[in-house]
Design a protein around this ligand. Structure first.
Ligand code: PLP
Length: 382
């Protein structure tokens, strides 16, 4: 039953594609558990439906950046018997206790966090599940190797007091999307040293993990006990340099499509959109695409962003505004309401998120993740 009026714009999320992507990725890491990374609202695809679909396809862990995201998953019923939930981006103040009480695995990257989690475990009267993160060279979050002995020592002490259990040790790559990058081997070796140190000191984590999407796809030696793909699960390649989604048997999950708001004839020499950065070269037809940067389209793609209308790929003519942009239809006259596909799997000749990334000089991660809350997500193949 579909009594909804046609939508101005919609992001169609193909959950069958997501499940197939999870299976394809699991086949590349057959001896490792699969953590579905669903931070930032599932890279714009919707956190809860994507987490559920990933679990149906065999994910046994779900990963988020913030504790608030992890708690939202738990509130949606995810992570009780079906999967474990790990989050990693904490700031002083927590919410450590809420996470411990919700059985979320928390990540500790420094002594301040270890002190807070131990205090929260004491007040909750419950053992915290802690994963230790080592900075093996990314230079972002994670404890420095020089601080590793102190972290390990304090974890052992808190384990002996029954306040926590170290469930994992992990790290993150800087340049796994650049095949052969000289930082990759040293990061693996620092990780190995941190694992050996922790092992000899007496920690026995359930899972050791390092691989994001590019490492899951191209660096099998880094799969360890668990892989943590994000972007590849959504069917987008981490970088055109390592290949297209199809090269890895992946299919883009999101299709962004709109209904043309207006089609009209204009004379040559007509300025188009703010600043008149496009002027019609001759008599032509213009189509109004009712999507703009208020929906998360990058304004940087003004004059470049591609869109499939009436069987041909057209280009944003002039500025992308907050709510709309214009395409030169070159004399074609589809009716108002005709479909404009901004990006999708590419199988019908439509552009891909990667094409928009190139038009805006960014990465496809940003294109899908920034599609905003004004765009309804329509789930298909649930
Ligand atoms: C985002 C993220 C991932 C997933 O990265 P992709 O490149 O999208 O696969 C994995 N681990 C951590 C720590 C992350 O922040």
């Amino acid at each position: 039953m579909n009594v909804e009026p046609p939508l101005r714009v919609r992001a169609e999320i193909d959950l069958a594609a997501l499940r197939a992507n999870v299976r394809a990725l699991r086949a590349r890491a057959p001896r490792s558990a699969f953590m579905a990374v669903v931070k930032a609202d599932g890279y714009g695809h919707g956190m809860v439906p994507c987490a559920k679909a990933a679990i149906q396809a065999g994910a046994t862990w779900v990963g988020t950046a913030t504790p608030q995201e992890a708690l939202a998953l738990r509130a949606a019923g995810i992570g009780l018997d079906d999967a474990r939930v790990l989050c990693w981006l904490w700031t002083p103040g927590g919410p450590w206790r809420a996470a411990i009480e919700a059985d979320v695995d928390v990540t500790v990257s420094g002594m301040w966090a270890l002190r807070e989690v131990v205090a929260a475990a004491k007040s909750a009267g419950r053992r915290a599940r802690v994963q230790l993160k080592i900075d093996t060279g990314l230079g972002r979050n994670g404890g420095q190797p020089a601080d590793w002995p102190e972290l390990v020592e304090h974890c052992l002490k808190a384990e002996a007091e029954g306040l926590l259990k170290v469930t994992g040790i992990w790290s993150h790559f800087a340049c796994a999307d650049e095949p052969g990058h000289p930082s990759i081997a040293p990061q693996i070796s620092v990780f190995e040293q941190a694992l050996s140190y922790a092992d000899e000191a007496g920690l026995a984590p359930e899972v050791r993990h390092l691989a994001n999407s590019p490492a899951t796809l191209t660096l099998p030696d880094t799969h360890y006990d668990l892989v943590r793909p994000g972007i590849a699960m959504y069917g987008v390649s981490p970088s055109p340099e390592i290949g297209t989604p199809a090269d890895f048997g992946l299919r883009p999950v999101m299709t962004l499509a709109a209904s043309l708001a207006l089609v009209k004839r204009v004379p040559g020499g007509h300025g188009v959109s703010y600043g008149h950065h496009y002027v019609t070269p001759r008599d032509t037809t213009l189509g109004l695409v009712p999507v703009g940067y208020g929906d998360g389209l990058p304004r940087h793609a003004s004059g470049k962003g591609p869109v499939l209308v009436d069987g041909k790929v057209r280009t944003a003519a002039g500025r992308i505004a907050m709510d709309q942009f214009v395409v030169d239809l070159d004399g074609d006259e589809p009716a108002a309401g005709a479909e404009a596909v901004l990006f999708g799997p590419g199988e019908r000749g439509e552009p891909t998120a990667e094409d928009w990334a190139q038009a805006a000089d960014t990465i496809a991660y940003e294109i899908v993740t920034r599609i905003g809350s004004r765009v309804p997500r329509v789930y298909v193949n649930e």
